[in-house]
Design a protein around this ligand. Structure first.
Ligand SMILES: Cc1ncc(COP(=O)(O)O)c(C=O)c1O
Length: 451
């Protein structure tokens, strides 16, 4: 007899991942039937026509097929060839061979240098793990922290479902802390305390807190004071911090800027709080989701625990080498004076200014629809507006009907978590500007007649 559903682990059956859930499955089915679907469900820039950066693709091409350097050197600027040679040397055997478990040392050194330059603090290549996207790093950190079903991790609500799904899978307790929608999704110490004390009251052993800045789906960006408060809170309650910083380049409101947890920890000379931070090639202006490049940096973690993390990483031998090379390109872009520099900057700025424009247009146009309330999209790649719905309707039924009638694929707010009794949807800001306008017009028509 074949394997039966009932034989699977309860944790597997209970794990949910809304951004690829039933609405997306239905969208794909409708598309196969010939319906035109606009996918606004996932932060996958190149699926929505964002062009890859030339520099990265050129370096990747040579790393995949080094003969290109002899066959058509004129196709590549000299700095690209130098970078590709350097990276290939660093891998020792090219991108077709496993690297050491943490990833190619040369690339980890480049990541450490990037953190040092970004934050003005020392960074250790041995505390850096190259991972298959940020997702694998997050999963490793959660795997290490959860030692049994009594252990819990605090996550923001709304949150990116990687966190809830992985916690379910690893049998940890999800402890929700709510972001304040009426205050631009800000996070407050009171909210953290309420959720922590509630969890403790139920006997949960709270081990860590996840923070997303800029946030998904909220886009909110934490400032240094907020981060410092979270570090103090973590120290006071013996929590490790997981800092998801994959959207660090996606900040749209003038005056806002990215501050890393590592930087604030460095400034505070914090030694007692363990930190896992994550970055990725999938977001920012690279949008290289399919290359699966990312890294995890750890701080204040005892060497015996580091060994265990390395052991976990070594079970899958190493992260994919193409993704590792993409990480190198992310952290070591062309410098002023390099032949590729001007094109790189033009492409980068073109993408970022488009995203900024779309963030603004989307929030503004959504707010013109009666019954939809959208906070400013301060960062990341999403809007998460609140919906006023007719009695008896949920955001799930709303999003499914919108898909069936208008071919627009949003994710219902329930997939990210929300204050009970409220309804939201999440849409990316990624479709080209003319498409965003058409999405909003169709949404308005649908929304006004939704019963
Ligand atoms: C907040 C957040 N963290 C992590 C990820 C995972 O990214 P990656 O492609 O690097 O695994 C995403 C993807 O959308 C995300 O939104």
């Amino acid at each position: 007899m074949t394997i039966q559903l009932k034989e699977l682990a309860k944790t597997v059956l209970e794990t949910e991942y809304a951004v690829r859930g039933p609405i997306v499955a239905r969208a794909q089915e409708l598309e196969r039937q010939g319906k035109d679907i606009i996918y606004c469900n996932i932060g996958n820039p190149q699926a929505l026509k964002q062009k890859p950066l030339t520099f990265i693709r050129q370096v990747l091409s040579i790393c995949q097929y080094p003969d290109l350097m002899d066959k058509c050197p004129e196709q590549f600027p000299p700095d690209v060839i130098d970078v590709a040679k350097k990276v290939l040397d660093g891998t020792k055997h090219g991108v077709g061979a496993y690297s050491e478990s943490k990833g190619v040392r040369l690339i980890r050194e480049a990541v450490a240098e990037f953190i040092h330059e970004r934050d003005g603090i020392p960074a250790d290549p041995d505390a850096i793990y190259l991972t298959d996207g940020a997702s694998k790093g997050v999963q490793t950190a959660l795997r290490v922290l959860i030692s049994g079903p009594q252990d819990g991790i605090m996550i923001p609500i709304p949150q990116y479902p990687l966190y809830s799904a992985t916690l379910t899978l690893y049998e940890g307790k999800q402890i929700d802390y709510y972001l304040d929608e009426n205050n631009d999704w800000k996070l407050s110490k009171e909210m953290l305390e309420v959720s922590l004390f509630e969890a403790k009251r139920f006997g949960v052993n709270v081990k860590g807190i996840c923070v997303l800045s800029p946030g998904n789906p909220t886009g909110s960006v934490l400032d240094g004071d907020n981060i410092s408060m979270i570090i103090d809170f973590a120290r006071e309650h013996n929590l490790s911090i997981l800092a998801d910083e994959v959207y660090q380049e996606n900040i749209y409101i003038p005056g806002n800027s990215f501050t890393s947890f590592a930087k604030v920890m460095g400034e505070k000379r914090e030694r007692d709080v363990s930190l896992f931070s994550f970055h990725s090639c999938s977001k920012g202006f690279l949008g290289e989701c399919g290359q699966r490049g990312g890294y995890m940096e750890i701080r204040n973690i005892p060497s015996e625990v580091v060994d265990q993390i390395t052991k976990l990483q070594s079970i899958s031998l190493c992260s994919n080498l193409t993704g590792q090379v993409a990480v190198y390109c992310m952290v070591r872009p062309p410098k002023p004076g390099d032949p590729s520099h001007d094109q790189y900057i033009a492409e980068r700025d073109g993408i970022l200014s488009e995203l900024k424009k779309r963030a603004l247009i989307l929030a503004e146009s959504l707010n013109k629809i009666p019954g939809i309330d959208c906070k400013a999209v301060a960062g990341a790649m999403y809007a998460f507006p609140k919906l006023a719905l007719p009695p008896g309707r949920t955001d799930e039924t709303y999003c499914m009907t919108l898909l069936e009638e208008e071919g627009i694929c949003f994710v219902p707010g329930s997939g990210f978590g929300q204050v009970p009794g409220t309804a939201h949807f999440r849409t990316t800001i990624l479709p080209p500007t003319d498409k965003i306008q058409s999405v909003v017009e169709r949404l308005k028509k649908f929304h006004l007649s939704y019963k």
